[in-house]
Structures are given as structure tokens and as C-alpha cells.
Design a protein around this ligand. Sequence first.
Ligand code: ADP
Length: 589
Amino acid sequence: MNMARKKILWQLYLPYLLIIILTIVALTWYALWAHKNFYIQQMAAGLKIRATLLEKPLAAFLLSGNMAAVDSLCKEAGHRTATRYTVVLPDGTVVGDTEEEPARMEKHHTRQEISEALKGKTGFATRYSNTRQVTLMYLAMPLYQDNHFLAVIRTSIPLTSIEESLSSTRTRMALGGLVIAILAAGLCLIVARRITRPLELLKAGADRFSLGYLERKLPVPDTVEIGRLAEAMNDMAAQLDQRIKTITRQRTEQEAILLSMAEGVLAVDSDERIININKTAAGFFKVDPEAVVKRILHEVIRIPSLQQLVGRIFTEQHTIEAPLVLPDKFPRYLQATGSILHDVDGRAIGAVVVLNDITRLRELENIRRDFVANVSHELRTPVTSIQGFVETLQDGALENHEDARRFLDIIARHADRLNAIIEDLLSLSRIEQAPETAFFSENICDTIKNALQVCEASARAKNITLQIENDRQIIFKFNPTLVEQALVNLLDNAIKYSKEDDVVIIKVESDTTELRLSVEDHGIGIPEEHQTRIFERFYRVDKSRSRQLGGTGLGLAIVKHIAMAHGGRVSVISRPGEGSLFTLHFPLK
Ligand code: ADP
């Protein structure tokens, strides 16, 4: 806070106090002055009356030239009235005085009061008398007889009494003034406090507001102006609170939308500093969204194609689409769409990039392309063979019966294979196209038994035992035909890839969430790097071996789609040389 600022209390109080003290001093001074004036006027009036009383006898003595009588009258009357009388002739010669011998006195016409009287007026003077060691007040007036200027009569009395009276009055008034000043100072302080107290409450309230506590209202004092101020501040706080809440809510909503978007969103300002990055985008670039905000883009996300894209948005000023590859063990492919970010006034303030993860799309596209190529390839092999042998037969091999039979057998085998592939392809597309297959509540054990029956012959051919573990009666909703087909495919593989005289175990397990159906063999197993891919169509670990065993490469793809049609999945645990465990997981609703 600025130390030069003064408290309003002092700003109000000190000037008040000063005004009061000045008023009291002025009043006291004026009262003293008036008091003194009154006294002096009274005294002057008294002196004049004294002089007037002696006018007649003095005139008589002066006219007759009896100066001794003049002097003795001065002395006698003076002593009786405690007044000093002096009579001075027009030339300044003193002819009578109460206290001195006139003969010894110098000429008096230069005394101020006397020179005034000589001019025909009444003269006044107050002077310190060296003779009497007191301050005296003098009055001198001309004495006329029939318009004839005879002399000047001067009367004087000491000012001692009036000075004593004045000084005691002065002390009393000063004391009174002091008491009044102290009382007034106290009263002023109370009044000033009463004015400033509500202001201080307002200030405390405003401080609370500034700290963000907008809900507690200010007390409204009963002074009109301050009351209005408090109301206005309360209204302002309420509006502010409302606005902050609205803005916070909107912000939270926007953030929630950004956060939950599957697309990545990244916004930068014109200095390429990150303004906003949502969770998805941060996940793509493996950065902490909070840590990178306000940082320069290329310092925290080192992907040159992203920087180029942002650069192009700024230079080309329109929407730009570009692919981005995130380098990783399994690279991810993003489709980025960038555009200029405008503020409300339409000024360009940055750029926003929306990122779509198209890795899965690319994978699907690749799978589809591979599938078409694979189907063609898979179909072409048997067809080419059939064509070849038919041509050989046409070219004369028919003549040789033995050859002809052998060739026809081969043709039949390739035709079977074509048939098997076509059957499997049709199965797959049926399952894919009608996922909402008819489900029935049935006992899973019946389906397992049916599947075992189908595979019995091929198992017996390799002297393989098919063994069911914990064949509990579990009834749930499923499509028996499809689950049987899945089981047959798994059993078929287990038998195919097991050695002779082995055991294949079928297990049924369930808990509250899912039913697990597994087929376990102790055959050749599957190397780890193939395990994720064997469920793809036509994917085989060993092509020639599979073909030799009559496989189409579609069996596990069918199994996977059957599991998916039931809302479930298929998993594999396998070790080369030790065997494989395939499990179908069906969720129990
Ligand atoms: P196929 O018709 O070739 O058996 P599948 O889709 O059923 O095609 O299986 C794909 C590949 O997975 C097979 O070629 C084989 O390499 C491997 N495979 C499947 N089941 C087993 C198993 N029980 N043991 C070892 N390898 C297996």
C-alpha cells in the first residue's frame, strides 16, 4: 500500500480540529479586545466627566489670573478623586498639576493628547509614566470661555486596574477555550469515527471481494451516500460472481468437450506457443498437457511434419490437411487438419490443429487389400492346378488309365480345397453380415459334445484323446451352431498341430462376468511374433504345412468373428514346442 496515503479519519478530523481551535482563538481574541475596548471607553468617559466637573471653577480662576488657585484646585480635586489633573496654557506652560509643582515642569504642548486639544479636539493617549512607573491614560480637552481659548485641561488615571482585570479575564477565557477545544476535539473524533467506520467496513468488504469471496454481502449502513455505495458494490459483486460462475461453467464444459474428444486438438498462438492441448493430442505426442501449455511448440513436440504444417497454416492462411506419422515401435498414423484461429474481431491469433488417429483405418484398409490379394492367390493355386491337370488329360493322358485316375484324384482334391475355401469365406461373411444372430438359452455341454463328435474321426486317425474337464451344466444365451463351429475349428487345429497319441483338453469355466471355453493341446505351439496375427484371414505360421494339412487359413478368423458376434473375444497362450491354449471368452449378462 502507498504509505503517502492518509487515513480518511485524519483527513476529516485534523481540519475540523484546526477550524475549531482557530475559531476558539479568534473568538477569545475578539472577546478580549472588545472587553478592553469597553473598559477604555468607560475610562475615557470617566476622565471626560472629571475634566468637565472642573471646567467652570478653572475658567474663573484662569480669567482672573489666579494661577495658584488653579494649581491648588488641581491638587485638592486630584487627591480626592485619585485623578491627576494638569492645566496647560496655550503656549504649553503648565499652571496646575496634582502631583508636581507647575513651576518645575517643562512646557507640555508637545504631548500627544495636549497637542490634539490645542487644535480644539479632545485628545487621548496611553503612556508609560517614568515618574510613576505605571501606564497612564490621558485625556486632554480645550477649555473655552465665550469662544476664547483659555487652556487645556488634562486628566489621567493609571491603567493598572483595567490591566489586572483584563489579565484575569484573559486567563479564564484561555482556560475556558482550552476546555472547549478538548471537548470539541473529543466530539469531533467521535463524529469523524461515525463517518469513517462504515467506510472502513466497506473497505474490509471490498478487500474480501478482491480475494474472490464474492458471496458474503457488505453491510449496508444507514447513511444515504455510503449506503448506496455499499448496495452498488454488493450488486457489482453479485454480477461478478454470476459472470465468473457462467464463465467457469462454460470453460469447464468446453474443457470437458475437448477432453472427451476422440480427436486430438492442439492450439498455438502466433508465436507458436501452445495455448491448449487436449488429452488425446497430449497422448499422441506423449507429453503432459499441463506442462507444455505456454511453451514453444517445437521445443516440446519434436515432430518436423507437425512444425511444417503449423508453419504452412500461418503462411498460406487457409485450412490445410496433411498426414503425420508418430515414430514409435508401432508407428501411428494421424490425419491432421489445421486452420487459422481467429478472435472475435476476426484477427488471426494462432492456429488450431485437429488430429485424427487413422492407424486403425489404415490397418483395416491394409487388411482389406491383403484379403483381396490373398483370396485371389488362394483361389488361383487350386484353379491353376485343376487347369493344368485338365489340359494334361486333354493332351492324351486320358489314354493312360492309371495316370488319368491319379490326375482326376488330384483334381478332386483341389476342387475340395476350393470348396473348403469358398465354404469358409461364405461362413465368415455370414457371421460378419448378421451379427445379431439368433441366440438361444441352451446348455453349453450339449454343444461341446456335438463338436467332439464332429472331430472324433480325425482324432481317432491320430490316436488323440479328446478329454473334457469339469463339464458342468451351464446354460447361457448363445448361438449353438456358431459356437459349435468355433469349437470344431479350434479342435481341428489342436488335432492337426499335435503329435500322434496326444491328449487335447476341453475346459469350461465360468464366474459372474464371463464363460470361458478353452481347447488345450501339447503340439508344436506358435512363436510369439505370430500370435497376434493368426486370427487374420489367410494368416498362417507355416503356409505349406497348413496347406498340406488341408487348412484354409480362415479357421481362426472364423473363430474370432464368432466370439465377436457374441460380444466376446478369443485369446491364445502358446509356446513353441510346448503347446497352445485357445480360449473363447463369452460375457455373461
Ligand atoms: P489353418 O486352416 O491353416 O489351420 P487357422 O486360421 O485355423 O488356419 O490357423 C492359422 C494358423 O495358426 C495356422 O496356419 C497355424 O500356423 C496356427 N495354428 C492354429 N492353431 C494352432 C495350434 N493349435 N497349434 C499350433 N499352431 C496353430
